[in-house]
Design a protein around this ligand. Structure first.
Ligand SMILES: C[S@@+](CC[C@H](N)C(=O)[O-])C[C@H]1O[C@@H](n2cnc3c(N)ncnc32)[C@H](O)[C@@H]1O
Length: 208
């Protein structure tokens, strides 16, 4: 496997030096711009939020800055992501505002009805079953809470189609795929927002 292919595969579960470099790359650049756009689409004011597949923890930090009274939790199944996100949010962890825990989106190590907002940035491509992961998001959300999925790759904009061939067990979903899975997982309301040039997609689902 070429170094480039190995590096691209680090998106799925970062580890080692290449994983460390990948997490640093994800914490900056295009991912960050898309996440900031999605945060501006979300209109709520969460007291407690969860970022599933939190990677290097940049979005956790951005949310903690945006909502200074909120508490944030990050979950990732890659120990390296957990360590990197915890280092990035060290001050907030010491201040008792943030926690980063190792866990799988398929079975979140978190209690029912505990978050106002659950986010999944650039991660559902890698989940074993999106319906199972969405059921878990539903379970941990408080009634009235929002689940927000944010993806650059949407099967429509011609971006990243080669990734699906190169990165093992990666699936690119359209907004219709996500909407159908969200409804199967129990979310009654789903809203899809694209940015102007269709480059970024934000799918929001509400728990009653
Ligand atoms: C492409 S990175 C995105 C990281 C971050 N959300 C961002 O936007 O920069 C995908 C992350 O999702 C994590 N991930 C993938 N599948 C997961 C699962 N089933 N449960 C928890 N984390 C998962 C990976 O370990 C990786 O850190």
């Amino acid at each position: 496997m070429s170094l480039k292919t190995q590096f691209m595969n680090m998106s799925r579960k970062p580890r080692g030096i290449l994983g460390f470099l990948k997490l640093n790359r994800m914490n900056g650049g295009a991912h960050a711009k898309m996440a900031d756009w999605a945060m501006s689409v979300y209109q709520g004011n969460p007291r407690k939020f969860l970022d599933v597949g939190c990677g290097g923890g940049r979005n956790l930090a951005a949310f903690l800055r945006r909502y200074p009274d909120a508490q944030g939790v990050g979950v990732d199944y890659a120990p390296l992501s957990v360590r990197t996100a915890a280092a990035k949010n060290r001050a907030a962890i010491l201040a008792g505002r943030c926690q980063v825990v190792e866990g799988n989106a398929m079975s979140l190590p978190l209690p029912d009805d505990s978050f106002d907002l659950v986010t999944a940035f650039e991660t559902v491509y890698f989940w074993l079953s999106i319906v199972d992961g969405f059921r878990e998001a539903y379970r941990v959300l408080r009634p009235g809470g929002t689940f927000m999925i944010v993806n650059e790759l949407n099967g429509r904009n011609g971006v990243g189609e080669e990734y699906e061939k190169i990165i093992k067990r990666m699936t690119i979903y359209t907004s219709e795929d996500l909407e159908a899975a969200l409804k199967m997982a129990g979310f009654p309301r789903v809203r899809v927002v694209n940015n102007n040039n269709l480059l970024w997609m934000c799918v929001m689902a509400g728990k009653i």
